[in-house]
Design a protein around this ligand. Structure first.
Ligand SMILES: NC(=O)c1ccc[n+]([C@@H]2O[C@H](COP(=O)([O-])OP(=O)(O)OC[C@H]3O[C@@H](n4cnc5c(N)ncnc54)[C@H](OP(=O)(O)O)[C@@H]3O)[C@@H](O)[C@H]2O)c1
Length: 248
């Protein structure tokens, strides 16, 4: 799969799944723009990738930061061939503990951030390009204690249908990748103790028919497939990358 001379923008391209796709796209010849909040991981990723990488610091929930991202992308590379809407947070709370701040934080980053990422990228997206939105199996199944996070992921799955319909006249395909449990730093950011993190991962591993967590590279491969001409007849789908968690 070649991304030679293509420009790829990845929100959350400085960690986990987004970084794995940034590495894949860069190695396949792409100009790569990564966007995140953490200066340290952004700088490290940019240094590892090389001169065709542009790292922009900002928060997807702040529309002014998205303007900075897309202005910098336009100035450096002119336009966008493939957009990956990947930035997200996972805070998991049961109904009894989920308060307004929890709800607002998750919807601001995962839903508002995703929507305005596509909206503000749209003028720069080249005809016949693609958008891949990273959702989650949590949007498809009822895992206790995850109601707000799961709803944010169901919302972005809906965006892929409607935005596909809106962008298809320009040949731009919008699809979704829904990972199951993937070994990334996201588990260290859930606010759990180290013991709870180990317990959570063990629980997910047990729930996966393949009896392991996935790797960021396995999700990156699916993003690459849906982004590239390999998926030229695939529009508006939700591709699960979950070791069989949803279907079996
Ligand atoms: N890992 C899993 O098991 C799993 C399963 C299903 C779905 N997913 C989804 O996959 C996506 C990537 O997650 P991951 O597992 O790779 O986790 P990760 O390693 O924690 O990466 C999350 C990325 O999103 C960025 N990000 C978070 N909030 C942001 C904000 N407000 N503004 C800009 N960037 C922000 C982070 O950048 P900073 O650190 O710089 O903020 C980071 O680069 C997420 O949407 C997640 O919901 C993950």
């Amino acid at each position: 799969m070649s991304f030679e001379n293509k420009t790829v923008v990845i929100t959350g391209g400085n960690s986990g799944i987004g970084l794995a796709f940034a590495e894949l796209a860069y190695a396949s010849g792409a100009n790569v723009v990564i966007f995140g909040r953490n200066k340290e991981t952004l700088d490290a990723a940019a240094a590892k990738l090389g001169e065709r990488c542009l790292a922009v610091r900002g928060d997807v929930a702040k529309l002014a930061d998205l303007d900075v991202l897309f202005e910098a992308t336009r100035d450096r590379f002119g336009g966008i061939d493939h957009l990956v809407v990947n930035a997200g947070i996972a805070k998991l709370l049961p109904l009894a503990d989920a308060d307004e701040a929890h709800f607002d934080q998750l919807f601001d980053v995962n839903v508002k951030g995703a929507f305005f990422t596509v909206k503000k990228a749209e003028p720069l997206l080249r005809d016949n390009g693609s958008v891949v939105i990273v959702s989650s199996v949590a949007g498809q199944k009822g895992f206790a204690g995850t109601s707000v996070y799961s709803a944010t992921k169901a919302a972005v799955r809906s965006f892929a249908r409607t935005l596909s319909a809106e962008l298809l006249p320009r040949g731009i395909r919008v699809n979704v990748v829904s990972p199951g449990p993937i070994e990334t730093p996201i588990f260290d950011r859930m606010g759990f103790t180290p013991e709870q993190t180990v317990e959570t991962k063990a629980g997910f591993t047990e729930a996966v028919p393949l009896k392991r967590m996935g790797t960021p590279g396995e999700v990156a491969d699916a993003i690459a497939f849906l982004s590239a001409p390999s998926a030229s007849f695939i529009v508006g789908v939700d591709l699960t990358v979950d070791g069989g968690m949803v279907q079996l």
